[in-house]
Write a protein that binds this ligand. Structure first.
Ligand code: FAD
Length: 318
């Protein structure tokens, strides 16, 4: 199978890709697979699977007492990657994150994936711990995605995390990284953020997938600024169909993005989740049509709770 990186660099009409989350611990994987089955009709070029850091939950143990329990809320990324390939024959792109993982644990994931022949990954720092003011990780972990990129390249070259050597894998990993058209929340400004993005590309990333945005002008401006900064790899726009009233405040808060004025005015007129869902399809189709006309290599749909809307958009646009 051709790598995602070479696919994105090749001549092709705008492809469709999407991202799913593993089920919450103990949840049904079949339900997740059922929800994305309708999207397979559009022959996705690849499917991303997110990875999540540990979360602390408080379990009631009786007598008014609670026990703190630290666990990954959504385990299973590597297994789901293998399952998607087996069930749907689709190229999986599991995410590798720095948060909570030591270099050795990341290496273990690379070894598992390498044995499975899954060598397309997205390399990310990962989110902060819930309610934490700053990002923290394992004492032997990476604090930035650029450093994770170095580890992946070292692995490709047969260098292990403890400095020892191994036979380089027959099929090296290729990876993408995240980019932020509206700037990452912690960056001083877009200029500095782009310098850090450039470091990730110079560190071996073959393409960029963007944070969601609702104003295509922000994306086109981001691409222009990347090119001016000397970042020349493919840039895949990420879009999310809106599905609920609560996303009006939730998405700007969590993802540090703005809704354009026209969309915000339309949203303010919505009285129910169903009205937002319809608007999300209209707006998403409008965004996707314009992006496709601009010949972007793929459109990355954030499909969580929105697979039906993504299918409706794909029906109209592809
Ligand atoms: P980095 O590239 O490390 O950047 C983080 C911040 O540090 C930026 O402000 C950057 O400007 C700055 N920075 C970078 N390098 C340096 C340096 N050397 N010195 C000082 N500052 C620096 N999160 C998850 O937990 N799991 C997922 O599966 C996941 N999937 C995602 C998929 C996509 C497409 C996107 C866009 C995001 C995803 N995220 C995921 C969220 C992401 O992990 C967070 O946005 C995170 O806060 C930043 O990750 P990053 O890889 O961009 O980090």
């Amino acid at each position: 199978m051709e790598s995602v990186a070479s696919f994105l660099k090749s001549e092709h009409p705008t492809a469709l890709s999407f991202e799913i989350l593993p089920p919450v611990r103990g949840g049904s994987i079949e339900r997740t697979l059922d929800s994305i089955r309708p999207l397979m009709e559009f022959a996705p070029a690849y499917v991303n699977i997110t990875t999540h850091r540990n979360e602390v939950t408080y379990n009631h143990v009786g007598g008014g007492s609670y026990r703190a329990c630290t666990a990954q809320k959504r385990p299973g990324t590597v297994a789901i990657a293998a399952l998607l390939r087996e069930r749907f024959g689709v190229r999986p792109v599991p995410h590798i994150i720095c948060g909570d993982y030591s270099r050795r644990e990341i290496e273990d994931q690379l070894i598992d994936l390498s044995y499975l022949g899954i060598t397309d990954v997205l390399a990310l720092r990962g989110d902060r711990e819930r309610n934490a003011a700053t990002f923290t990780t394992s004492p032997d972990g990476h604090t930035h995605a650029a450093s994770l990129a170095t580890q992946i390249c070292d692995f490709n070259n047969g260098r292990m995390s403890d400095g020892s050597t191994m036979t380089p894998p027959a099929q090296p990993f290729t990876f993408g990284v995240a980019g932020y058209p509206e700037k990452h929340e912690e960056a001083m400004n877009l200029h500095v953020d782009l310098q850090h993005l450039k470091a990730k590309v110079e560190g071996g990333a073959s393409y960029i997938v963007t944070q969601m945005f609702f104003d295509n002008a922000r994306f086109f401006d981001f691409v222009k600024r990347c090119r001016e900064a000397g970042i020349n790899v493919p840039i895949v726009p990420g879009i999310k169909p809106l599905t609920s009233l609560r996303q009006m405040s939730l998405l700007p808060r969590i993802f540090h993005i703005d809704f354009p004025t026209e969309l915000s005015e339309l949203l303010l007129r919505c009285k129910s989740d169903e009205e937002v869902r319809q608007l999300g399809i209209e707006w998403g189709a409008r965004q996707a049509t314009e992006l496709k006309a601009a010949n972007v290599p793929s459109i990355h749909f954030y499909a969580m709770h929105a697979a039906q809307s993504v299918a409706e958009i794909a029906r109209r646009v592809y």
